[in-house]
Structure formats: structure tokens, C-alpha cells
Write a protein that binds this ligand. Structure first.
Ligand code: OAD
Ligand code: ZN
Length: 235
């Protein structure tokens, strides 16, 4: 076993872990949407300027995620969680930057979506997230809050916004014995800085992906290969 039942494992995943389920990564080829970079549709400024464009983007991502299935990497992470949590369910924590629900559908239990969830929306004023699988693709269809009438937005953390529950993330990392990072380019902070927090504590850090991330030098071990090729070998 790559990790032992004595480990308390913190896993960070990025778009690469869903790539083999057919969901495009952000910065690779195909990482554009109708000629728009992700920054042009995933910022508070984009929302202010053109909520219809933003909702069309997230409606398309909902369609893609609904059509996708968990892959062998998602299943392997669920297996690792199962193997490590016999004694204590808190011995495993999966922090994902992904907004799809493939980790949950792959069987993972303790999942935190630091960049929000594709299948939740929230009123810009009431701010309470709710489950939402609808598509909003025309100006006339844009959703409004049943309580206060304000616009409803995707429950997604956009560029310039603060990721969800950073306190919980640091608490988990501060008691982990190992950090496993899968399929993320290491270019978006604070996620990309979690490996530095782990290094300050001297815990083992492992990266899995087909190419080195930008912060490759911060890792103890780099296992080069796709998520579905490598993760099943760690389970
Ligand atoms: P990126 O698109 O920046 O990086 C994807 C990473 O996945 C790259 O390092 C690829 O090498 C790797 N990769 C590609 N195919 C893979 C495979 N089959 N197995 C494993 N790895 C593979 O995506 P993220 O790092 O996740 O934020 O991007 C971080 C954040 O930027 C996202 O959460 C999103 C985006 O803007 C928000 O939406 C707020
Ligand atoms: Zn409201």
C-alpha cells in the first residue's frame, strides 16, 4: 500500500482528475469556451457585464458533467478513503478544485469543493446555496430568487473571490501526515500554495499527473502519468 492505515491523507484534485471522464481542463488545448478564456466567464466582472453569457457557460458545464461518468481515478480515491478510514473516518479528506460531482458519484465520502459546486446556485442577496440542475440559456430564462427577486448566480468561486472554508482546509492539512495532489497545474492560488503549507510541516508530498505542475519543485515525489493510470496503483 502506498499510504498506510497510520496515514491521515489530504488529497487535492484539479481538472486533470476529471479529464479522462471527458471534461476539458482549463489551461490545456480545448480549454476555451466559444473563444472565451475561463477568466472571461468566471469572474464577478463577467457576471456584472453579461450574466446571460455566464449562465450559458455554466449551463453547458452542467450538461457536460451530467453526461460524464466517474473514471478509474475517482474510484481509486474512494477505495483509498475506504482503506484508510477503518479506524477513523477523518483519516481522509478530499479537497477538490473541481465543481463537478464525479468524486461523490465515484464513492468518495469526505469531499470539500473549495471552488464551489456546479449543481448549486445561490441568490446574490440571500446567499444561501440550493441544489439546482437547471439550464439557463436565454436572457428570458435567467433565474431570480423566489424570496427577494434578486438574480440567482452559480454557486462557484470566481477569480478574485475567496475559496470556500479555507479555515477547514488548513485545519485538515495541519493534521495530515501526507498530501496527495492530482491533476492540477499549480497556477491558481491558494490551492497551489497548499503544498508549501505541507512542506513547512515536513509531511510527505506526492504529485500525480502526465506533466510536471508549475510548482513541481515543491513536491517530494512526482508520479508522471494520467490519473487513471497512476491512482489505481496507489489504492
Ligand atoms: P488546469 O487546466 O490549470 O490544469 C489541469 C492539469 O491537469 C494540468 O496540470 C494537466 O497536466 C493535468 N492533466 C491533464 N490531463 C490529465 C490526466 N488525464 N490525469 C491527470 N492530470 C491531467 O486545471 P486546474 O489546475 O484544476 O477555478 O485549475 C485550477 C482552477 O482554475 C480551477 O478550479 C478553475 C480554474 O479557473 C475556478 O473555476 C475558480
Ligand atoms: Zn434572495
Amino acid at each position: 500500500m502506498f499510504f498506510t492505515p497510520q496515514d491521515r491523507l489530504f488529497v487535492l484534485t484539479g481538472a486533470g482528475s476529471s479529464a479522462e471522464s471527458g471534461l476539458a481542463t482549463f489551461r490545456g488545448s480545448g480549454g476555451l469556451w466559444n473563444g472565451h478564456s475561463v477568466e472571461q466567464v468566471a469572474t464577478p466582472e463577467a457576471w456584472e457585464a453579461d450574466p446571460e453569457l455566464v449562465w450559458r457557460f455554466y449551463s453547458m458545464r452542467r450538461r457536460d458533467a451530467l453526461a460524464a461518468e466517474p473514471n478509474a481515478a475517482h474510484l481509486a480515491l474512494a477505495q483509498i478513503e475506504c482503506d484508510l478510514t477503518g479506524a477513523d473516518p477523518e483519516n481522509f479528506y478530499l479537497c477538490t478544485q473541481n465543481v463537478d460531482d464525479l468524486h461523490e458519484r465515484g464513492g468518495s465520502q469526505r469531499v470539500h469543493h473549495m471552488h464551489g459546486s456546479l449543481f448549486q446556485s445561490r441568490c446574490v442577496r440571500c446567499n444561501k446555496p440550493f441544489t439546482d440542475q437547471s439550464f439557463y440559456e436565454t436572457a428570458a430564462a435567467l433565474p431570480t430568487c423566489a424570496t427577494c427577486g434578486s438574480p440567482v448566480r452559480p454557486h462557484i468561486v470566481w477569480f478574485g473571490e475567496i475559496p470556500l472554508d479555507m479555515e477547514g482546509i488548513y485545519r485538515e492539512l495541519n493534521r495530515a501526515t501526507a498530501l496527495l495532489v492530482v491533476g492540477t497545474s499549480g497556477s491558481v492560488y491558494p490551492a497551489a500554495g497548499l503544498v508549501d503549507v505541507a512542506n513547512r510541516r515536513g509531511i510527505r508530498t506526492v504529485y500525480v499527473g502526465p506533466e510536471e505542475p508549475l510548482n513541481a519543485r515543491s513536491f517530494d515525489e512526482i508520479l508522471l502519468g494520467t490519473a487513471t493510470a497512476v491512482l489505481p496503483t496507489l489504492a
